[in-house]
Write a protein that binds this ligand. Structure first.
Ligand code: NAP
Length: 253
């Protein structure tokens, strides 16, 4: 038996039309999972699904705004009735906004908290109801180094990712008794659209390489192993855990 096998499992990944979410969609599909691509942008979600289908994977596009409770309720019911039960939920959608603390616009604080934090809570509430009925489920929340560490100009992001760490633990405490595992993946610094400006900033890249024991940026494909592990039978007694995939950054002063 392959304990990492995801055949017969269905995974909903939020914000998966691009970046880390899209890579995780490909990774889970390689291990046999059917993929439901969610994103706020309908066209981008359809393009992502077509790319997955071209590789022979089974994929569906269910675009909606993960901050909108009514849309969540409607679309999760639609998936459960028309596509099938959600076995794996990956809360990946997230945004970054950068301003010095004292100048941070209130509306940007609201956007970051709504998408990165509140949406995770709302998605777990809704998908969790169905998982509880089935007495089975895997929930993975994409956290961050900023779940633990502060950094210049991104205090709301750090606040939201710190909260996602505690949503992960709280949800574990309440849902583990129903055979639902709720864990987090905390990526270090990875080359994606979100970090494009930082990757292109030579000074930042130099600092990052010195600060990270592995001495380099992460390649988003390096997150796939953790996502497969936390989605599969291999992690059935792993719960409330944050798995840092950071080249050793958190271990170093
Ligand atoms: P990304 O490339 O910007 O992808 C995020 C996706 O989420 C985008 O397609 C975005 O759509 C979508 N999205 C935004 N708001 C949404 C909403 N309300 N409903 C549904 N979808 C929405 O970001 P990424 O770098 O792959 O990051 C993915 C996750 O990893 C985030 O939670 C991020 O915080 C976390 N993370 C990333 C890094 C890194 O180094 N990149 C490190 C640590 C943690 P639009 O583009 O159309 O808005």
């Amino acid at each position: 038996m392959n304990i990492f096998d995801l055949k017969g499992k269905r995974a909903l990944i939020t914000g998966s039309a691009q970046g880390i979410g899209f890579l995780l969609a490909n990774g889970l599909a390689e291990y046999g999972a059917e993929i439901i691509v969610n994103d706020i942008n309908h066209e981008k979600a359809l393009i992502a699904v077509n790319k997955l289908k071209e590789k022979g994977f089974t994929a569906y596009a269910v675009p909606f705004d993960v901050t909108n409770k009514k849309e969540i309720e409607k679309n999760i019911a639609k998936i459960e009735e028309q596509i099938g039960g959600i076995d794996i939920l990956i809360n990946n959608a997230g945004i970054q906004r950068r301003y010095p603390l004292l100048e941070f616009p209130e509306q940007d604080w609201d956007s970051v908290i709504n998408i990165n934090q509140k949406a995770v809570f709302l998605m777990i509430q809704e998908v969790g109801k169905y998982m509880v009925q089935r007495r089975a489920g895997k929930i993975i929340n994409i956290c961050s180094m900023q779940s633990e560490l502060g950094r210049d100009t991104i205090t709301p992001y750090a606040a939201s990712k710190g909260a996602v760490k505690m949503i992960t633990r709280g949800a574990c405490v309440e849902l583990a008794r129903y055979n639902i595992q709720v864990n987090g993946i905390a990526p270090g610094y990875f080359k994606t659209e979100m970090t494009k400006a930082l990757v292109e900033n030579q000074q930042f890249t130099q600092w990052l390489c010195q600060r990270t024991p592995a001495n380099r940026w992460g390649d988003p494909e390096e997150l796939i192993g953790s996502a497969v592990f936390l989605s599969s039978k291999a992690s059935d007694f792993v719960n409330g855990h944050l798995l840092f995939v950071d080249g050793g950054m958190l271990a170093a002063v």
